[in-house]
Design a protein around this ligand. Structure first.
Ligand code: ADP
Ligand code: MG
Length: 248
């Protein structure tokens, strides 16, 4: 059975898609078979691989199309389940459906891949409930240049609610992003995160223009930045944390 990991933070623009793409590709480069599922109607994951968004998620959940027919291999071992504006219609299409928050979990129940990485959109809606019900683990990217603790607090409240409904899902890592050592705000926010969440907090991903450029070139972090770049070092630590968690 695949390990399903949701990349979640209700705030937008905190590095969720960048983290989902970087982690999924890193796992595939280490020989794991990975599905990267886009759960955001903006279809940004497709764009990161230089592809047009398409209605993969909608076809899986509403038209019951076979998952294998919807996956596109974007890198060796890395299969994309795309999303587009049709994802915004899911909520309406599922109105009245019993246990609708469980349909993603059911659709992913028999995948033979090692990992499914779920890239979530901002806000909190049915898609978030679905993702939290499908996932066993959550990684929360948190931009330390704005209200970092608020975003994590909201995610923790969601996880508590999901657990109260009987699904075991845990926050396995908090990844500080947009780290800027020069600003006091960045430093203070990072200190607050570490003092509150201790070992859950991974080394921070620095704010870097080269990472911002990568999606426009259709390249992942690993293809656009040298391996010893601090952003690569931080995402390598995240990958190692995820892999070591499997052995725990
Ligand atoms: P989210 O999915 O949470 O909305 P994204 O991953 O799309 O966030 O990131 C928002 C924007 O910031 C994108 O243009 C992305 O390329 C850019 N970005 C992400 N991480 C960094 C970083 N560490 N430094 C600079 N730009 C980044
Ligand atoms: Mg995104």
């Amino acid at each position: 059975m695949a390990r399903i990991i949701a990349i979640a933070n209700q705030k937008g623009g905190v590095g969720k898609t960048t983290t989902a793409v970087s982690l999924a590709h890193a796992l595939a480069m280490r020989g794991r078979r990975v599905i990267l599922a886009d759960l955001d109607a903006q279809g940004n994951v497709s764009a990161c691989f230089g592809r047009q968004p398409s209605p993969g998620l909608f076809r899986l959940l509403i038209e019951a199309a076979p998952l294998a027919d919807l996956l596109a291999e974007v890198r060796p071992g890395l299969d994309l389940l795309a999303s587009d504006v049709s994802t915004a219609r899911l909520k309406l299409a599922l109105a009245g459906e019993p246990y609708r928050e469980a349909i993603l979990a059911r659709a992913l129940a028999n995948v033979s891949h090692d990992f499914v990485i779920l890239d979530m959109g901002p806000g909190r809606d049915l898609l978030h409930d679905m993702a939290h019900n499908a996932a066993g683990e959550v990684v929360a990217p948190v931009a330390v240049d704005h209200l970092a603790l608020v975003g994590v607090g909201m995610e923790l409240a969601t996880l508590r609610a999901v657990r109260e409904h009987g699904h075991a899902v845990e926050l396995t890592a908090i990844l500080p992003t947009f780290w800027d050592p020069i600003t006091t705000e960045s430093r203070l926010n990072l200190e607050k995160l570490v003092s509150t969440f201790v070992d859950l907090v991974l080394p921070a991903v620095p704010r870097t223009t080269r990472l911002r450029e990568a999606p426009a070139l259709g390249l992942t972090l690993w293809e656009h930045l040298p391996g010893d770049h601090p952003a690569c070092v931080a995402y390598t630590r995240l990958t190692e944390r995820v892999l070591s968690h499997a052995q725990a």
